[in-house]
Design a protein around this ligand. Sequence first.
Ligand code: HAS
Ligand code: CU
Length: 562
Amino acid sequence: MVFVDSYPKTSKLVRSEFIVAFVALGIGALFGVVQALHRTGVFRGFVSSADYYTILTGHGVLLALVFTTFFIAGLFAWAVSNSLERELPHRIAWSAFWIMLTGTVLAAVSIIGGLVGAPSILGHDLKADVLFTFYTPLKAHPAFYIGAALIIVGSWIAGLAYFKALWEWRSENPGERIPLQTFMVLTTMLMWYISTIGVAVEVVAFLIPWSLGLIQNVDPLLTRTLFWYFGHPVVYFWLMPAYLVWYTILPKLAGGRLFSDPLARVVFVAFLLLSTPVGFHHQYTDPGIPSGYKFIAMTNTMFLLLPSLLTAFTVVASVEHGARQRGAKGYLSWLRNLPWGKPAFAGCMLAGLMFAAGGFSGMINAGMNINYLIHNTIWVPGHFHLTVGTAFALTAMAISYWLVPQITGKKLQQRTIATLQPYVWFVGMALMSNAMHRAGLAGIPRRTAEPTYDEFAFEGVAGTVGEMRIQIAIGGFLLFVGAAMFLIVMADTLLARRGGTLSVNSNIPEPLSGADHSPRILDNYKLWTAIALLLIVIAYGPPLASMVADGLFAPGSPPIPV
Ligand code: HAS
Ligand code: CU
C-alpha cells in the first residue's frame, strides 16, 4: 500500500511542509547565486554592496532556518507515522505548521523590506540585515525577531505531535521497543528542546524588547553566548535527520539492511548528551569567557566527533552489505555494484562523501589554537556548505525523489534531470567549497561584499586567489542550477496526474542486528536528558552566572554604540 493511501492526513501535512521548504529553497538559492557572483566580482549588477548583507541574511535565513525546519518537520512527520503505523495527531501538527509559516512570513517580509525601501512600521525601519546568526549588536526590525520566535515555538509544537503519537502507540504496545525511526525523531527533538531554550531567552528577553525600544542596552557577550548555546546544536538538528535517512533508508536503497540498530541508537543518544555543551567553540575569540571553559567546550567537541565517526562506519558497512547482496566481490570493487543511476541513492552517497570532508574541516575549526587561523575567514562558509549545504541539503533533495512519490501517489517526473541533479550539486560544491577553504587559509574574510581581493595582496597557500574566485563563481552558479533542476522535478511531480503503480514503498527492512540486541537503557529518555542537562550546567553554569552577575542589561564592559 502506498503511504498516501494508508495515511492521507499525514501525507497532506508532509506535502505542505515540503512545499514551503521548496519555495524557501528556490528563493534562498537565487540569493546565493547573486551573492556568489557579487562577492567574486564576476557580476555586480543585481544589488549594491550595501544590500549584499540583506541578500546574505535572506540566503542564510531561508536556507539554513526555513528550508531545513520545514523539510525536517515533513520528514519527521512521515518517519513517526510510518514507523508507528498511524496518522500523526493532526490538530497539533497543523497548528505547528501555521505558527511556523506565520513566523517565516514575518521574517521574510522584514528581510525583503530592507531591499525595497519599505516604510517604517512600529516606528522602526522594516529591515533585517543581521545575518542568519542574528546576535547583537546588529539590530533588525522587531518583526524579524518575532518571526524567528514563532518559527521556534512552532517547531516545539510540532515535537508535541510526535510525542503524543508515541504515547498513543505505547498504550497499545506496552513493553515494545520504540521503533528506530521514531526513536531518532524523539531523540533529535529532546536535543532541540534543550538547545532552543538559549535562543528563545535571547530573542524574547533581550532582542524583541531591545528592537522595540523598551530597553536601551543589551550585553553583546551574554546574547552571543545565548545564541551559540543554540547555534551549535542547531547544526545537529540538521544533521540528525540526514542520519535518519542514511541509517534507515539508504541501506534499503543500496539493496541491503542496516548493519546495527544498537549502534544507531548509541549515536543518537551521544548527540543528545553532547550537542549543547560545546557552543563556546564558536566564541574562541570572544573576550570575557575564561579559557578553561573554552577548553571544556573543545574537549566536548572532540568527543562529539565519535557519533559521526561511528556513523561513517555503520552506514558504509550497511551500504557495502547491500552491494554484496547484489553479488559484489572485492575490497573496493563493491562500490561499482551500487545503484549510482538512482538519484535518491546517489544523492545520499555523494552527500555522505562530502560530509566526510566537511567533518574534517570541522575538526580543524574545533581546535582552539588552529581556530584562530580560520575564524571569520571564508573557510567557515566552505565548511558549512559541505555540512548543512550538502550533508543536509543534498540528502533532503535526494530523499525527496523517493519520498514525494509516496506522499502524493504520483510517479517521479523528469527522471533524466533528477538523475543528473546530485552530480551537478556535487561538482558545484566541490569547486566552491574547496576554493572557499583555500581562500580562508589565505586570510580572505567571510561575510563581506568587498573582500578586496585585488587591492590587498592575499596570497594563496595553494593556487592563486584569481583561480579560487573563479571556482567560487562557477561552483555557486552550478549549485543554483542544481537547485533549479531539483525544483523543476518536484514541481512537475507535484503537478502530475496519479497513474500506474509506484516502484517505491516505505517499508524499512529489519536491521542485521536489531533492536532486541540493544540494551533497553538506551530508550531511557529521562536518564539521558538528565545527564545532558548536567553536562550543560558544568559547561555553561559558571561563565553564564558571571555574565548575568555583571547586570543583565547593563553589561560590565561599556555598551557598544550602535
Ligand atoms: Fe560546524 C562552524 C565544528 C559539524 C555547520 N558549522 C559552523 C557553521 C555552520 C556549521 C553553519 O569548532 C558556521 C556558523 C557561523 O555562521 O558562524 N562542525 C564542527 C565539528 C563538527 C561540525 C567538530 N557543522 C557541522 C555540521 C553542520 C555544521 C554537521 C551542519 C549540518 N563548526 C565547527 C566549529 C565552527 C563551526 C568549531 C566555528 C568556526 C568559527 O571559527 O567560526 C563535527 O560534527 C563533524 C564530524 C563529522 C565527521 C565526518 C564523518 C563522516 C561521515 C560520512 C559517511 C560517509 C557516507 C558515504 C555515508 C567526523 C559520517 C560514503 C561514500 C562512499 C562513496 C563510500
Ligand atoms: Cu559548532
